[in-house]
Design a protein around this ligand. Sequence first.
Ligand SMILES: NC(=O)c1ccc[n+]([C@@H]2O[C@H](COP(=O)([O-])OP(=O)(O)OC[C@H]3O[C@@H](n4cnc5c(N)ncnc54)[C@H](OP(=O)(O)O)[C@@H]3O)[C@@H](O)[C@H]2O)c1
Length: 440
Amino acid sequence: MREVGIGIAGFGTVGGGVLSILRRHAGDIEARLGARIVVKRIALRDPLRARAVDVAPGLLTTRVDDLVEDPAIEVVVELMGGVEESFRLVSAALSRGQHVVTANKALLAARGDEIFRLARARSVDVYYEAAVCGGVPIIRTLRESLASDRINALTGIVNGTTNFILTAMAERGEAIGPVLAEAQRLGYAEADPTLDVSGGDAAQKLCVLAQLAFGARLRPAEVLTEGIMGLSPEDFRWAREFGYTLKLLAVARRCGPAADDPRGVDQIEARVHPAFIPEGSLLAGVRGAMNAVVLRSEALGASMLYGQGAGAMPTGSAVVSDIIDLTRNILAGSPGRVPLPPEEPLVSLRPHAEIRCAYYLHFSVKDEPGVLARIATTLAGRGISVAAVQQREPPEAGAPVPLVIVTHEAREADLVEAISEIGRHASTLRPTRLIRIESV
Ligand SMILES: NC(=O)c1ccc[n+]([C@@H]2O[C@H](COP(=O)([O-])OP(=O)(O)OC[C@H]3O[C@@H](n4cnc5c(N)ncnc54)[C@H](OP(=O)(O)O)[C@@H]3O)[C@@H](O)[C@H]2O)c1
């Protein structure tokens, strides 16, 4: 039986999952492939640390270059994380004509262009299903299943840590501090959760998805990114009052060319932020650490992928599926069968000031006549129309009164200007809270 040699760089959570699956499903994989996948080398940093999966010590190395230099290794599987060292490994492997599988969204978001260019030049494959939403096959869906369709919008819950936190806050009415501490205790959040709670991880994933869905070329820093640390139990109470739930969404949406663009190139909005979504909507039922992506495409309409976005086995299964697909290409002598993202961007980024959506605005104002009228007039002056208003009694005499307004769709720049002007009203006592509303 033909053997295909692979080298795995990284023997942590995902590396361990990959090895267990390759071992457990070896018979099925061989039967499906008509070939055997053989792990030739595994690179790690600390060869003395105990591992979840036993391997022959002779397979282990602390030199990632051993994977690149071994002529028996046809596929390098990068599961180390980080950008610099993993880029060095991946580019060295591609330059030598080895195919690459990676689960590393940070690497792809930062240096994907160079990696794809190198792969094209050397006619080798790069597979990266596990880089976004772990075990959920969103990359394959965008690359293959919807290759015939034109995607108009992609809206996802792509970070399990923040979805776990927001679900617990919504269901238990607790503040973010204790819920985050619980997520860390249960292993859903890292000791340093910054990348997740800031929205940065979701922005990296959105860059990878937007490249496939729209042919965009985005850097995470270009994505409008707001995290969840500013959310309070009060926001969840108001969400319920208006029939919404609160999620951290990654949104990329096609919105046609800019009015002054003679070439007529479509623009996309690209943003990651907490959003109110209707209680009965597709993403509202995505609880805990689960991930989901809703696609809206011209031919298929709405479709949704849902599943576990992290963990050794779900993520490992996506990596092994990539290895199998890649092995098929090797056996058929047809690398490049599934094209990489286009070299030149097909869309440009719409400036964030031009984003259009509906908004929840929470004002804290003096308890006096005329306040609502003044705010409504300021909003109307910028073309922002009000869909609903709720006002509460002050919790105690003289305390600020919560006044909540839900707007119809408006332009972000107009809204920001209106809020800034309202902030200067003598009756406004605290900064206004703004949460965008999405109808997913
Ligand atoms: N965990 C998930 O659920 C998940 C989901 C989707 C995608 N991913 C992605 O998958 C990748 C791996 O994540 P993970 O959670 O498995 O990470 P992890 O548990 O921290 O494992 C990283 C592994 O890489 C090894 N390593 C790091 N730097 C190295 C170097 N310079 N040379 C040799 N080995 C090195 C480490 O060695 P030691 O063990 O000796 O320290 C460790 O075995 C990341 O890109 C991550 O974003 C993870």
